[in-house]
Design a protein around this ligand. Structure first.
Ligand SMILES: *Cc1c(COP(=O)(O)O)cnc(C)c1O
Length: 395
């Protein structure tokens, strides 16, 4: 065996020995509030990003099916060569309109949207100022830029202001503040009001990744910009079609038309990676229609979230306070967290342990995600099981 492979084999074995190797669980049915896995039948799914329950929505599936007849299966091309159909242009226009921006550019994922952003719009003379809890795709995207990097403590406006001052003192030209709209490990919403105020004071751009908010946070699902009352003040917004908005795949960036035009010239995942499949684009158009016609899923999600969060508190579970359907139940020990998640699955509740390095050392937790697709009985049963786990494992 080559030494490079041997080294990896040893590391995998070490993780296995410590019980810290994450293995995929295999689902045998479509995504839904109840799913079958190869090990367990009919478990309540508490760990999908299927916030609005659209992943298996008949209208969305029909839109995808109809798309195959109209637009074919794939385009075998990047956008600028021959990978743009009318449906891609229509979706870009609809996304921009829905979220209140001038224009949009599609990517095959939000990971790519972030990966193709920072290196395109900044140079070594510029500054990128990041929240410490930003998603991996923002961190990697920033790494691909030559700009000077600054980092502030999560949602800490005093530190953000110091970073802005420092960037000015360092002679940086363009300053970009980059933040998640929702910090996905904690379910906390970014202080976009504070960020936009500072950005205007210091002439900095605001970039928000709203993957855990688009379609379901805010009064009408416009995301954290709506929730925080800063519509029109965010300069660049990236997000995913792979969570609440149908959950298939795809990402996008929204901004002023000139910024989007510029990204079409410079952004590497746009220039060098295949186009979003037409069926995803067609179905996403249907998602946007559905979101505007019917806010009942959004309401149900809010009520379910409130019910579950209050239930956790009554049981004395240690959760991070917020209004978001991501509910982190703190366990503070990686092995305990894994045991709890395994035992919960045996009881019929699918939830996942988050441990270092996904969260800071000692901050291990079970992260559950509430959906509009959950029934009250689903949530009551899950709460009952978590109560039992708390007694047994004392967390
Ligand atoms: C899920 C997520 C992404 C990745 O989105 P994909 O479209 O699956 O690549 C990016 N940023 C944040 C904040 C996310 O939560």
């Amino acid at each position: 065996m080559k030494s490079g492979i041997k080294k990896i084999q040893d590391e995998v074995q070490a993780m296995k020995d410590q019980g810290l190797l994450t293995e995929e669980r295999v689902i045998t049915v479509p995504q839904s509030n109840h799913i079958d896995t190869t090990k367990m039948k009919n478990v309540i799914n508490m760990c999908a990003n299927n916030y609005l329950g659209l992943a298996n929505n008949p209208r969305i599936i029909e839109a995808a099916k109809a798309s195959y007849a109209k637009w074919g299966y794939g385009l075998s091309s990047v956008r600028f060569i021959c990978g743009t159909q009318q449906v891609h242009k229509d979706l870009e226009k609809a996304l921009a309109k829905f979220f209140g921006f001038e224009d949009a550019i599609l990517y095959s994922s939000c990971f790519d949207a972030n990966g193709g952003l920072f290196g395109s719009i900044t140079t070594a003379e510029d500054a990128i100022i990041s929240d410490e809890l930003n998603h991996a795709s923002i961190i990697d995207g920033v790494r691909l830029s030559k700009a000077k990097r600054y980092r502030y403590k999560n949602n800490n406006m005093e530190e953000l202001e110091n970073c802005l001052k420092q960037a000015d003192a360092d002679g940086c030209k363009v300053k970009v503040i980059a933040t998640d709209g929702v910090f996905s490990m904690d379910g906390i919403i970014a202080n976009l009001k504070g960020i936009c105020d500072l950005a205007e004071k210091y002439d900095a751009l605001v970039m928000v990744d709203d993957s855990h908010a688009s379609g379901f946070v805010g009064e009408t699902g416009r995301g954290t910009q709506e929730y925080c009352g800063v519509m029109g003040r965010v300069d660049i917004l990236t997000s995913t079609l792979g969570k609440a908005m149908g959950g298939a795949s795809g990402g996008f960036t929204l901004s002023k038309k000139c910024v989007i035009d510029y990204l079409r010239q410079k952004s590497r995942p746009y220039l060098f990676s295949n186009t979003l499949a037409p069926a995803m684009a067609s179905a996403s158009l249907e998602v946007l229609k559905l979101l505007d016609e019917d806010h009942s899923r959004l309401k149900t999600l809010q009520e379910n979230t409130k019910f579950f969060r209050e239930g956790c508190k009554k049981l004395g579970l240690d959760i991070i306070d917020s209004v978001h359907p991501i509910v982190p139940i703190m366990v503070y020990d990686p092995l305990k967290a894994i045991k709890v998640s395994n035992e919960m699955l045996e009881k019929g509740v699918y939830c996942v342990a988050f441990k270092y390095p996904v969260v800071p050392k000692g901050k291990d937790r079970i992260r559950v995600q509430i959906s509009a697709a959950h029934s009250r009985e689903d949530l009551e049963y899950a709460l009952k099981c978590f109560g039992e786990m708390k007694q047994k494992y004392e967390f």
